[in-house]
Ligand binder design. Sequence first.
Ligand SMILES: *Cc1c(COP(=O)(O)O)cnc(C)c1O
Length: 496
Amino acid sequence: MKKYTSTRNNKLMKTSKEAILQGICDDGGLFVLPDLKAIKVSMQSLMNLSYQKIAVNIFQLLLPDFTKAEIMECVTAAYKDSFSSSQVTPLKDVQANHILELFHGVTCAFKDVGLQMLPQLMKCALKAYANEKILILTATSGDTGKAALAGFCDIDQIGIGVFYPDRGVSDMQRLQMVSQEGKNVFVCGITGNFDDAQTSVKAIFQSNNVKAKLKKQNIIVSSANSINIGRLIPQIIYYFYAYQQMVAKKHIRMNEKINFCVPTGNFGNVLAGYYAKMLGCPIDKFIVACNENHVVSDFIQTGIYDRNRPFHKTISPSMDILISSNLERVLYYKSEQNDQYIKSLMQDLQNNGKFTIDQAILNHLQEDFYGGYCDDQTCKQVIKEVYKKSGYVLDPHSAVGYHVMQEYFKQDANTPCVLLATASPYKFCEKVYDALFDEGSSDPFVCMQELAKKTKGEIPKALINLASKPILHKDVIQPAKMQEYVLQQAGELFHD
Ligand SMILES: *Cc1c(COP(=O)(O)O)cnc(C)c1O
């Protein structure tokens, strides 16, 4: 059962429950199943199943120390009625394009798919540790924070703390977070960008001092970022589901290969797709779409990962990232599980902000991944053009994907492609409204009403309700103060 290991140490062995509770390995590596390619899912066997049933099937393969009953319980709690579509992630045809809408969860971005499930898996894994408490710490570029808060709110034995870049999130994202209710939560802005937040959270995970102090109160820290396998694995499901829908709608024949275009930041979403491919989902290529912070698409093109560059604040803020954690997992598989090689690359990244992979590995990488990017101005044009042509309103993240997908069609127009739409346009309403009608807006709620009226759309309920919610979390601190803040908050979270 101890099948999970570290990308930086193949000798480590953990069960999936241990890996989920721990989040990240002590050596800084990420938990991986080394023999993932040996597990095969038959696409045919999933053909007539619901989203939930596909999920149960795949979770059983990847989480072998959970019983089937436990998995079914988790899947039901996560997906029975927390999504506004019974299909969880419906596939829409927009003219000749296929768009998989991942934003029908409680916070209107794709993070809900993973973050409704992760708390259930953790709760289940914690049954073996009656006296332990877990403090989830999360750095967010905007969407993870709220989705994690919503998923973990008032779950027994678990507390959750979220750090967001004070000036790096949209109004709606901030409101969603600072209005979060629940006894077991804290939310705090930092005076830095997402990478500063993520780096400091990682440092807390690796600080023996912090860990020792928390341990005295029976608290262990863990992560809800996409480095946690309990969040990553749920995202594999919608690739299989999308494929099933493509066949069911007769867009493709069974076993015909398709591409997926994925708006990318931390590489979690597209990595889940690569896992689906390794498990046997008939996928040819992943089109990795970045915004102006295109460190990942440059890497796919050149084999050089270089974060020494300016950080841009864009209209697709959830992709404003220069350190893409989950690449480490792809490189682990692409280097034939070479843990020492991965360790040295990550050392280079830490020391110089840069690493270069071997040509042979780059060639392998390019067999599966194509990288491109889209700047803000093009993104706005795309939102407008797509709306004019089809009446469909893309959010800025999904529009980045749409543009890069169109670019890719110039070199291969024959392979069908599914675009992942990662957020509701209402979540980034002001940017979308500006793109469509060249008009600013002073109030996000008025803006949503106007957008809905003019485009004949529907505002997600979770966003309308925000207007009447009080602001409960007002702290903003420097990144250097995060450790201290965590220790202070941890003491308070678990008292009634
Ligand atoms: C998080 C997020 C992304 C980026 O996903 P990664 O898994 O970090 O690559 C893209 N779009 C939206 C709306 C997001 O919230």
